[in-house]
Write a protein that binds this ligand. Sequence first.
Ligand code: C2E
Ligand code: CA
Ligand code: CA
Length: 563
Amino acid sequence: MDQTGTNTQVRQKRTVLVVEDNEMNRELLCALLADDYTVLEAENGLVGLKQLNAHSGEIALIMLDVYMPECDGFEFLTRKREDPRFDTIPVIMMTASSTVDDEIRCLELGASDFITKPYNAEVMKNRMKGLIRLRESSAMLGQLEIDALTGLLSKEFFYHELEQALREDPDGRYDLVCSDVENFRAMNDRYGTEHCDRFLRALSEDYTRRLPGLLFGGRIGADVFAFLLPHMEDASETRLAPGGQDGRFGRFVVKTGLYADIDHSLAAAAICDRATLAISKIKKAFGSNFARYDDEMRADQLRSHQIEQTMEAALAERQFVVYYQPKHDLHTGLTGGAEALVRWISPEMGFVSPGRFIPLFERNGFITNLDFYIWEEVCRELRRCLDEGLPVVPVSVNVSRRDFESPELSRSIAELADRYGLDHALLHIELTESMYSDNPAQIAETLEALHADGFFIELDDFGAGYSSLTSLNTLTLDVMKIDMSLIRQATATNDYSILRFATLLADGMRLKTVVEGVETAEQVAALKVLGCDYIQGYFFSKPLPVQEYEEYLKAHCGAEVKA
Ligand code: C2E
Ligand code: CA
Ligand code: CA
């Protein structure tokens, strides 16, 4: 016999309790059920209740006669109801001559179904199976209502309860509080799931104790809790957000978001989104652990919604255009390259800045479509300039972290350049440093392939936010682009030591440097002294539309620009 055959045979039989005073009927029934069930017998209600007491955990179903001496079916049902352990065990009443009134009474006392003697064996067995399955699946649902780790409601059940609470009290005013643990995935990797689980439990207890008038809470993500409270006029960080100063809980940092005065027309998921959106505004913002959803965020959400509604048509209608920002070569005094930067000129929304839509496209994945479009526009433009004998410098394109999700990335960029017959050295790839942590192996591999294929690799935004020096060591790079925050900071404090360190580091790694965001002649002079290679910034030029860029190149490709 095959394995599966064996397994089904071996499956444990469910237990059925048969309560029937007529001996012949009882034996007949037991014989009928013996193949499929373990059968317990009782000759009257009293014995039946004893059996029930002794085997309550095993009994999957009760077959109960209505009329019996000692303790009849009605009394049995009444007594069964008194004990919550027996509550969910279904009962099928067996009758020969019961009246409608009696049947109604049985149903009122909690019976689930009737069968009439003499039984049709098939019908009876199917009813039994159906009732047992129903009970078991609802028991499973019951388990899923509670999150085993924290004792909070499960996500689905929390959503269900939240919507129900709002429906039942249409004029009531409620607040929703959400929590989020900073870098939870990394903490899990670092300290182990057991430690992190213990922390989540403590955290949920802390919130439960702290939140005033808490109605109920749920665990709606691995490290995300949501709580429903009556509306507070005086909500504040100290009342709602747990942890010591800075939202710290030992090694963990917890952020709390509040969506006050819930709009009853929203679905539960959208309600929770509002509180988590508030949190997303303070993610990675040191010392800021509490945020509330406000009108500005609402306007933001509407704009994002509008952007998502129109982005595909906008791409098809070529509303996205490439601007070029020249890079000035400090050694030659000429234009040494340019960066392609996308602009969205929307008939409905006007000029939309990349800061508004790039992060959104990175989240929803549309960035890969847009990026590929931009790369192709750049290739087309380079080809046209070459064909028309216009001056040409290498152009850097931005590659988003989402683009690296495709294992085909290096091949598709190479194919694109080849389709336009371009020397690969004319196309530089800019990747943001912060994306290194996502999938280090694949990113490193793709860069290696691109580099081997003759493309230049530029590490963007070096020194911004959460830099990791590891990326310098493990990635194949040609250029380090130093984030504009460094030149700003140097100018503001008149202290160039960090910039000096960055250029020394780049030198040591044999990387060329580009300093971004250079706006004044003093900055240019200082960077010259430090030995930087290129400057990209408003001092030389803002990002230009293609026509102006062409003019700029004609003027600055052969003649030195005075700095
Ligand atoms: P980024 O790659 O760091 O681009 C440099 C940004 O600095 C550009 O902003 C540029 O206009 C601005 N900038 C350059 N020089 C100066 C200066 O002297 N002063 C000041 N204040 N700003 C300067 P932009 O064009 O708004 O782009 C913002 C970001 O959007 C870019 O940062 C890049 O991360 C992203 N982005 C732009 N175009 C694309 C694209 O086609 N694909 C992808 N994936 N991202 C893009
Ligand atoms: Ca860039
Ligand atoms: Ca940059």
